[in-house]
Design a protein around this ligand. Structure first.
Ligand SMILES: *Cc1c(COP(=O)(O)O)cnc(C)c1O
Length: 307
């Protein structure tokens, strides 16, 4: 496992970039750990610290059956010596998919609830029932976004990154982009690519920034047209792009978040969105563990290991 200090910005070489007069680098958070990887490391960091300092023995969180957050929480909890409980949306399907297999092998206790029940996960009664079942626990919300998560994602950008003109990252719950918004400098532009379908995301991010009292210093733009049909949906163009990116640069992207983000960024470059002289940094937020499950689920081949 790398420490975040070892994270490198890899500069990409391509004729399109020379033609358009821009530079493109990618912050390889995916290299922090082959399974945990990416932004989830940062989102969990201070939550784990808090759980330990409050003398909790158990960490409980929620997620779908292919969730990067579930995989990351299982790993982080094991490393911290905490018992992990994953409340999983849907039925217990055997054999386990690669994500749940990984989580279980890391010692996570998987607890399945129906989709209907899962919707009640933020209700007090639901959590009281869980406490009756599992005893006291430190709760990490679905997707991992809370105040401490945002404190963690504020550490993704470092002072060396101040020379970039544009910072580009994926949006799911928005915890990562909120942390980035706090750290970008006033001369920088932050660009978020929504992985979800719908214009609601603009308001949702506004609410999140307001709730956590974050005022982006630079400009902040969200694109909501690169979702490929919605969360975890895909189209052949996205799969082709992931293969192109792998062949050109040796870097694996996932189809849920980073594939859509890199695709969007490439499309924006092609369409002259970035002025000549721009230096763009894409955050590779990880998520590669999900590729195995995607391949199994869809029968579509994807790269799984960066060169
Ligand atoms: C969870 C995740 C995201 C989204 O992060 P949010 O903080 O929820 O917006 C982006 N990329 C990857 C790979 C993820 O696993």
């Amino acid at each position: 496992m790398l420490t975040p200090n070892d994270v490198v910005n890899q500069t990409l070489n391509h004729t399109l970039l020379r033609e358009k007069g821009v530079t493109l680098s990618i912050k390889r958070l995916d290299l922090i750990h082959p399974q945990v990887s990416g932004n989830k490391y940062f989102k969990l960091k201070y939550n784990i610290k808090e759980a330990l300092s409050k003398h909790h023995q158990t960490l409980l969180t929620f997620g779908g059956a292919y969730s990067n957050h579930i995989a990351a929480t299982a790993f982080a909890a094991q490393k911290a010596g905490l018992v992990a409980i994953g409340v999983i949306r849907g039925e217990n399907i055997q054999p386990l998919n690669p994500t749940l297999e990984l989580a279980q092998s890391l010692g996570m206790n998987l607890h399945y609830v129906s989709r209907e029940e899962y919707r009640k996960k933020t209700e007090e009664q639901f959590q009281t029932d869980l406490k009756r079942q599992f005893g006291d626990f430190y709760l990490v919300p679905e997707g991992g976004t809370n105040q401490l998560a945002i404190k963690g994602t504020q550490e993704i950008l470092t002072p060396e990154d101040e020379t970039f003109t544009h910072i580009v990252s994926a949006i799911g719950t928005g915890g990562t982009i909120a942390g980035l918004a706090e750290t970008v400098k006033k001369q920088q532009s932050l660009i978020g690519i929504s992985s979800l379908k719908g214009t609601f995301i603009h308001q949702e991010i506004q609410n999140l920034l307001k709730f956590y009292k974050i005022e982006p210093k630079g400009s902040f733009t969200i694109f909501d047209r690169y979702h490929f049909g919605g969360y975890a949906k895909y189209k052949p163009g996205l799969i082709d792009f992931i293969w192109m990116f792998y062949q050109e640069f040796g870097i694996v992207l996932d189809p849920i978040y980073t594939g859509k983000t890199a695709f969007a960024n490439w499309d924006l470059i092609q369409n002259n969105y970035f002025p000549k002289g721009s230096s763009i940094l894409i955050i590779h937020t990880g998520g590669i563990q999900g590729n195995l499950g995607f391949i199994e689920r869809t029968g579509i081949k994807l790269p799984t290991l960066s060169k």
